[in-house]
Design a protein around this ligand. Structure first.
Ligand code: PA5
Length: 427
């Protein structure tokens, strides 16, 4: 299902270094599977797949179908793990030019006043036929108190309540079962609610209502997405060798001083997926002075910005290519001998084939530039493969971070900016 190739990175590690790192990765796997590592109260993302809740999936799909039939705009209001998973899947599987369902807009992930002002202005603008836009809002916050999300929610809720008589029908909240300010608001206003399981942390929550509702509203088949993740779960429960190898390699490269992992893809649709991995790994591993800083590059676009550094700059990085085997489209170069643009050697060639050659050429060049390279390949850009890739990276994160001797499931560092911000705001 997922093909991992570590051969171009393995050669940077001696056999002894690899054997040592494998022992650490194996122990990371055992801690994760047996629930004996730090943060083991946060392993609900594995339980979700061990025992899928089909009733909940159907409930989410039903609501999404009804929202799709009446919404022009669906706003996803959340930050970090509360929106990156949905955005990753939606950007991967729904064309940005697709107008068959509601427009999906993200808010609550920053406090840019201009953005919110322009967003409200846009929501207020009538459609081409002069009628008002039908707007739905999904606020997603496990704590129910994150300032970026809560402030944006206040603005957007205010807009919806002023504009629509059935406001309580249009506001859907995804939060913890109880506690938090958002739950008090839900109770007071009677908004609809989905629950985030208490044992699933934000960045591991894409396969809960956090990610599944927006993904379903975008018209993506959540049952197949979930099934892909479930099959990956089942296969890794049976044999976790690939995860152990991957975690061991990353561990050994970390020990050798690699400090940056560039997640690259030649599929522009996977850039947000890289963003989700960036948060999943970054917030999980970057603690106690340890970790490899995950970053994202969209190729070939970023070969013209970061390419020089990757090829020839300070040798402290690792590159991970996310690859899609089958073409998502058979779009080809228009043929003809009248263009005069020197491109006739590509007449009739598919863009998938050209893009593949660009990838292989880049890998060749970066290998010569002494960059350790990992490739992770999925068969197709569709729900099943993306679901599998989600679980694959969740599992890798748990095993790798345990192999570093770090708790993957907390984020104490995120609290530090909040404390300083709240003090300055006079909270
Ligand atoms: O992964 C995490 O736990 C974080 O990124 C959270 O998702 C993020 O901070 C948002 O928190 P909340 O959902 O409580 O608003």
């Amino acid at each position: 299902m997922i093909q991992l190739d570590i051969s171009r990175a393995r050669k940077f590690i001696s056999d002894d270094e690899y054997i040592h790192a494998r022992t650490l990765a194996q122990s990371g796997l055992e801690q994760l599977k047996e629930g004996t590592g730090p943060g083991s109260e946060w392993l609900g993302w594995r339980e979700l797949l061990a025992e899928p809740n089909d009733k909940l999936l159907a409930e989410i799909q039903d609501l999404a179908t009804s929202v799709r039939s009446s919404a022009d705009v669906f706003i996803v209001c959340g930050i970090g793990g509360s929106y990156l998973g949905a955005k990753a899947v939606i950007d991967a599987l729904r064309s940005e030019f697709d107008q068959s369902g509601p427009e999906i807009i993200y808010a609550g992930h920053h406090m840019g006043g201009a953005y919110l002002n322009h967003l409200v202005g846009y929501l207020n603008e009538p459609k081409a036929d002069g009628s008002a836009k039908s707007v739905y809002l999904n606020v997603i916050s496990k704590s129910g108190s994150t300032l970026e999300t809560a402030l944006s929610f206040r603005v957007l809720r205010n807009f919806i309540e002023e504009r629509f008589e059935d406001a309580s029908n249009r506001i859907i909240c995804t939060t913890s079962k109880q506690g938090g300010v958002l739950n008090a608001v839900i109770e007071k206003e009677g908004y609809r609610k989905f629950i985030i399981p208490s044992d699933v942390g934000g960045r591991f929550s894409v396969l809960t209502p956090v990610g599944l509702l927006p993904i379903a509203v975008a018209g993506i088949d959540i049952a197949v997405l979930f099934q892909g993740a479930k099959e990956c779960y089942d296969s890794l429960e049976e044999n976790s060798e690939e995860i152990v190898e991957y975690a061991a390699l990353r561990n050994a490269l970390h020990a050798k001083g690699i400090t940056i992992d560039v997640f690259s893809s030649f599929e522009p649709e996977l850039k947000s997926f890289g963003g989700w991995i960036q948060q999943l790994l970054g917030e999980s591993e970057g603690k106690d002075g340890k970790g490899i800083f995950p970053t994202v590059a969209a190729f070939s676009t970023d070969l013209h910005s970061l390419g020089q550094f990757i090829q020839d700059g300070k040798r402290s990085l690792l590159e991970t290519f996310l690859v899609v085997e089958e073409a998502s489209s058979d779009f080809v170069v228009p043929s003809g001998d009248h263009f005069g643009d020197g491109l006739d050697y590509l007449n009739g060639e598919s863009f998938h084939a050209i893009n593949n050659k660009a990838r292989l050429g880049t890998i060749e060049a970066h290998c010569e530039g002494q960059v350790p390279i990992i490739t992770v390949q999925i068969p197709r850009m569709e729900e099943h493969s993306i679901g599998a890739l989600i679980y694959f990276y969740e599992m890798l994160t748990g095993v790798f971070v345990y192999s570093l001797g770090v708790n993957p499931f907390n984020q104490p560092g995120v609290e530090d900016y909040k404390k300083a911000m709240y003090r300055l705001l006079g909270k």
